[in-house]
Ligand binder design. Structure first.
Ligand code: IPD
Ligand code: CA
Length: 267
């Protein structure tokens, strides 16, 4: 890895760009009228998603020409430096649309195929979650640590649901079996915020099917660096099939509950 691809340097750039993107998106949120947006076929949120991602791409590539970028709205641009940025301009678009607080700008830096730095900025809450590989996870500069591995029946478990109706029907079936086995469920509406909240000890565990790399890339590093185990089922890496995150000990208990339920399938 070259000096310019040091995780700390990549993180510093990501934080600066996420702060500007977060300011622009937060200003835009104030002007959105949910009813107007619902009745309009050209969705204001989509416009804002696109505008914010364009800004992020421009800023990243101005600072580091030749890097690759994968973004939720703009797709994949190839690069030549071995560094790839994984960008979700607004994670939690439905929350954003409804004037709620839990939405985030998420930027991860991958070097030679491994995520080495990530920032999840939650502008309305004033929270900036950061992590570098081996360097720990922080929120607004304070070191993060997951909570203890509580027994499954005492665990506050966060999850989320995809947009596809058939997938949701099975996710509801899985949830029907999970709910009586845990303390309670939370659905905040932004996967990146869920993973960062786990890193902060504000939930005990998290699972979700159907996420994309931009939803969890930066936040999974935050959770891992805060001490969580983050993976899929049967030893798989976290991915679109399933992301499970919890402190070691609780991870295994949640895994063993989810596996026979087919939580990594659409039923
Ligand atoms: C969504 C959010 C939501 C999760 C969905 C994601 P988006 O991302 O993270 O919490 O349940 O699976 O697609 O569409 O708001 O960027
Ligand atoms: Ca997203």
């Amino acid at each position: 890895m070259t000096t310019t691809a040091e995780p700390a340097a990549l993180l510093a750039l990501a934080v600066e760009v996420a702060a500007e993107a977060g300011r622009v998106a937060a200003e835009g949120q104030a002007g959105i009228d949910v009813l107007d947006t619902k009745s309009s076929p050209t969705d204001v949120v989509t416009e804002m998603d696109r505008a914010v991602e364009k800004l992020i791409r421009e800023r990243l590539l101005a600072a580091r020409p030749g890097d690759a970028v994968l973004g939720e709205e703009g797709g994949a641009d190839a690069g030549s430096t071995g560094v790839r940025w994984i960008v979700d301009p607004i994670d939690g678009t439905v929350n954003y649309l409804y004037g709620r607080e839990d939405w985030a700008v998420s930027i991860a830096a991958e070097a030679d195929g491994e995520i080495v730095a990530g920032v999840v900025a939650v502008p309305v809450r004033g929270d900036v979650y950061t992590a570098t590989i081996g360097g720990g996870a922080h929120c607004n500069g304070e070191r993060l640590r997951v909570g203890p591995a509580v027994p499954l029946e005492l665990a506050l478990v966060a999850t989320g649901f995809g947009y596809d109706a058939d997938r949701r029907a099975h996710q509801a079936e899985v949830l029907r079996s999970v709910l009586p086995r845990v303390r309670d469920i939370r659905r905040c509406g932004a996967a990146s915020v869920d993973l960062c909240s786990l890193a902060r000890g504000r939930s005990d565990a998290y699972y979700e099917r159907g996420l994309n790399a931009w939803d969890y890339g930066a936040a999974a590093l935050v959770a891992r660096e805060a001490g969580a185990r983050v993976g899929g089922l049967r030893g798989a890496e976290p991915g679109p099939d399933l992301v499970v995150a919890a402190p070691p000990g609780l991870f295994e208990a949640l895994h063993d509950l989810l596996e026979p339920l087919g939580a990594d399938t659409d039923g």
